[in-house]
Design a binder for this molecule. Structure first.
Ligand code: PHB
Length: 403
């Protein structure tokens, strides 16, 4: 394959594999500085737009979308949340982010972030090839890496670049280009997954509700006035077919029930998916002329809503360093990438893992485990330091680091 004839050859400073938010935001940031990038993705634009993903953006990430000129739609259609609710023992406990740490988060689905970025690339004349096949990344240990792919019409193309960025998500093929004996993979599997639904129903609560119950975790989120996103803890091998709408509502209602009489507004369920998750980090994040960004290098459980934010932070740092590297500083400029990205990644790994074990019930857990977990929840919401910790972690940290 590597030496087969291609129909076209393009040259560009940066080739990006993966047109999710990380890849597109990187191309956008580089484009603003006058550096061209070509982005390829195996998925069609429609496939990406119709995949349900998480929905919380840190205030910094929301500001970046507006200030870098991607779009200000988030300000009109997103919802700023100044707090979130933890429910346990049948009662709500609000964590007022704004009051505690002066920050908020934005409820704005990842699919909308993607649409804004894809539209901005089109508007700005950026090149993105969706729906490509047979993607190959070659020569990453040289200063002239290449990406080859087959276009939807069957023609073969080659992109010659100075750097290739692997932003190809949690099932990344780019990360496998770091040789096995030179990479380390850190990870953790969980004995549970999320059953996610989209429902045509009115909003049930003004802010997100993370609910702990002896039956397991549930999360009440929103998409619009009339469409809601909710999740409940299930087994990783759960089958969607076993769940009628009635059974889903009964499960969700039981997990949020309490002495305050809280009930969810029900309606027809239009989407049901089992979402498996894990914690994962691969090091190094750079190998020769290949740099990994976002889920390709690290994934977190969805409980702390960190995934998209981490990806956007990676490419903020990476864009700055790539500009320096291409501006004459060379590869040495990229040495800072991994330490700056990973500091936030490991903080987020810890927070996501902590939120996950705090709120889910482990299969086979004992009555002691349950009571200890309620004690931990009580510490988290019942002490000022606990609330502040949660608020600070959930709303993110200023770019790169906080002292
Ligand atoms: C969502 O709205 O899909 C969502 C929100 C918060 C999370 C995870 C998912 O922690």
């Amino acid at each position: 394959m590597a030496d087969a004839v291609v129909d076209t050859v393009s040259s560009v400073p940066v080739a990006v594999v993966g047109a999710g938010p990380a890849g597109l935001m990187l191309a956008h940031r580089l484009g603003r500085a006058g550096i061209d990038a070509i982005v390829v993705d195996t998925r069609t634009r429609r496939e990406i737009e119709t995949t349900q993903r998480a929905g919380i953006l840190e205030a910094d990430a929301a500001r970046d979308l507006v200030e870098t000129g991607v779009s200000d739609r988030i300000l009109r259609e997103g919802h700023e949340h100044e707090g979130t609710v933890l429910r346990f023992g049948g009662r709500p406990h609000r964590i007022p982010f704004k009051e505690l740490v002066g920050e908020s988060v934005w409820l704005y689905p990842q699919t909308d972030v993607f649409i804004d970025l894809a539209d901005a690339r089109e508007r700005d004349g950026g090149t993105v090839h969706f729906g490509v096949g047979d993607t190959e990344v070659l020569d990453v240990t040289t200063g002239a890496p290449r990406v080859r792919y087959t276009a939807p019409d069957g023609s073969r193309h080659e992109i010659r670049a100075r750097y290739v960025v692997g932003a190809d998500g949690s099932r990344s093929m780019c990360r496998n280009l770091v040789p096995e004996d030179r990479r380390v993979r850190y990870g953790k599997e969980y004995p549970y997954a999320w059953f996610g639904i989209l429902a045509e129903a009115p909003v049930s609560a003004p802010e997100l509700v993370y609910a702990h119950s002896e039956h397991g975790f549930a999360l009440i989120s929103q998409r619009s006035e009339s469409v809601q996103r909710m999740y409940f803890q299930c087994s990783p091998d759960e089958s969607v077919d076993a769940w009628s709408d009635d059974r889903v509502w009964e499960t969700l209602q039981a997990r949020v029930a309490g002495e305050d009489g809280f009930r969810l507004n029900e309606g027809p369920i239009t989407d049901k998916t089992v979402l498996r998750f894990r914690s994962f980090v691969q090091e190094p994040m750079r190998w020769g002329s290949l740099v990994l960004a976002g889920d390709a290098a690290h994934t977190v459980p969805p409980t702390g809503a960190r995934g998209l934010n981490l990806a956007l932070h990676d490419v903020k740092v990476l864009a700055e360093l790539l500009l320096r590297a291409l501006g004459g500083a060379g590869d040495a400029a990229l040495d800072d990438y991994q330490p700056r990205a990973l500091q936030r990644v490991w903080r987020a790994q810890n927070f996501s893992h902590w939120m996950t074990q705090l709120l889910h019930t482990a299969p086979g857990g004992s009555p002691f485990d349950l009571r200890r977990q309620l004690g931990e929840l009580d510490n988290a919401v019942g002490t000022r330091s606990g609330r502040t910790y949660l608020a600070e972690q959930y709303t993110g940290w200023p770019a790169s680091s906080r002292g």
